[in-house]
Each structure stands twice: as structure tokens, then as C-alpha cells.
Unconditional design. Sequence first.
Length: 312
Amino acid sequence: MNTNSTSRNLLTLETLGLSSKHVYPAFVFGTFTYLIIVFCNLLVLTAIAMNKKLHKPMFILLFNLPISDMVGATAFFPHLLFSMVTENRLISHPACIIQAFLIHVYGTGNLLILSVMAYDRYIAICFPLRYTTIMNSHNLMKMIIIIWFLNLSMMVTLFTLLARFKTCRTNIVDLYCNNQSLVKLICEDTSVNNYYGLATIVVLMGGPLLVIVYTYAQILRVCVITNHTDARRKAIQTCGTHLVVFLILQINTSFTFITHRIASASPALRRAFGVSVLIFPPFLDPIIYGLKTKELKRCIVTFLKRNVGVTM
């Protein structure tokens, strides 16, 4: 639909395709999923914040992951649940921009955080005697500041470039707002946006991928040559968990970005992968790290027994 509408117009998100009898079960399931995500991520945050035993580089870096996960889930779920109940897929242009910005901050944040966590494991396993010197509190704080500064500055630039234009279409091709779907609403020349978008993909996805490949190759090398079986098993278990989390996010995000630029790609498949990026990492991250990291698991169990009376 082409009009001379301004950016203040309401936009229409892609329909959910739910029949009337499936609306409320879907709403209950979505609400339950969102509450689980918030609860589990808050539990990890609280356990790390309140237990001095966890005030170590690995857990301080991990502390940033639930924050990022809750940003993404909160940007996505409340509006989705509201639209289910009202059966209304309209969203204002400013609200769409905000949702897209927060979702991109979440995705970028997770990739950068997981990269720095991989670097932390690399130093711990490959240079154990220098670990406390390299990962001291000063360097740790610099890493965290750089993560969020790089994330926010690149996303602010991305959406500032987008905000220059007025939209001439109103149909968002995805189930939620994102940069690619918003660019498709513009009838003017968006080549600068496209070039910058490609540059951010290369930097923010290629960079973390290179870090992961290099650090894990070095960790694998150390694990192969070491004679300590227990240390090797522990390193592989820790890194294996981290790699699974990273690959889920990287593969789904890459597929979503790529299919936006391929006209023949299945829209349904793109939407499925796009939504999975916003559901599975925030849902699985606290469960995976809470169960696989014994020190964190112990602190969470202790916290629940002390405050909720849970017996495990």
C-alpha cells in the first residue's frame, strides 16, 4: 500500500495467523514463557550480585548476558501478547523504532558478551598463571564498557540513519519491528543505510565469530596436549556449553539477515528463525549456565533454599 503518509502513521505487523480458538492458549503459553525468561534471568543476576564467591571475571561477564536477554524479551513479548488479546497488529512508528532498536541492542549485546566470555575462558585455560593479571578488575571494567559503548553507538547510528526518512508503506514484513523491515517501508534511496547495515553485520557478526574460532582453536590445542584428563574434561565441558549458546544465536541471526536480502527466500522460514532468536537464547541461557556451571548452580540452589524454601 503506497501513500504519502508520514512517519507518524500506524504500521501493520505481519499477522500471527492464529484462529480464534488458539488465541488464548497462545496468549497463556506466551505469557508463561516470558515470565519464565524474566524469572530465570533475574535469578542468575541476583545470585551473582549477592554472592561474593561469584565476583570473578567469568561471572561478572556473565552478569551482562541476562540483562541483554531481558532487553530482547521485553522488547518482543509484551507487544506480541497485547496484539494477541486485542487481535490488533498495529504499532505506531515511534514504538516500532524503539522495539527494533532494543531488539538489535539485544542481539548485538549477546554476540559481544559471548565473545568476551570466550576470551576469558581462553586466558583461563591457555594462560592460567597470567589470568589474574590479564583479567584484573580494571581490564574487566574496560571490556564491559567497550562492549556496551560499541553496541549502543553502532545501533544509535543505524537508527539515526533510518529516522531521516519518511515511510511510504505501512506493512511490516515480519512479526516484530527490525531495521531491515523498516528500511523496506521507504521509497527513497537507502543505499547508505544498506552499506552501513552490511558493515555492521560484518563487524558485529564476523568479529565475534573470528574471536570464537581463534580462542576455541587455541583451547582445543591446549586440551589435546595437556596430560591432565580432569582439567581437559572440565575445559571441554565449559567451552562446549558456551559454544552451543553462541551457535544458536549466530546461526539464527545470520539466516534472518541473509534471507531479508534474498527475494526468493521463504518469508515463513525467515520469520520462524527471526522469532527463535528472541525466544531460545533468553530462555536457554540462564538454564544452560545455571545447570552447567556448578559454582553458579550451587549459589542459585542456596539462594532459593534461603529465600523461597525450595528443596532440591
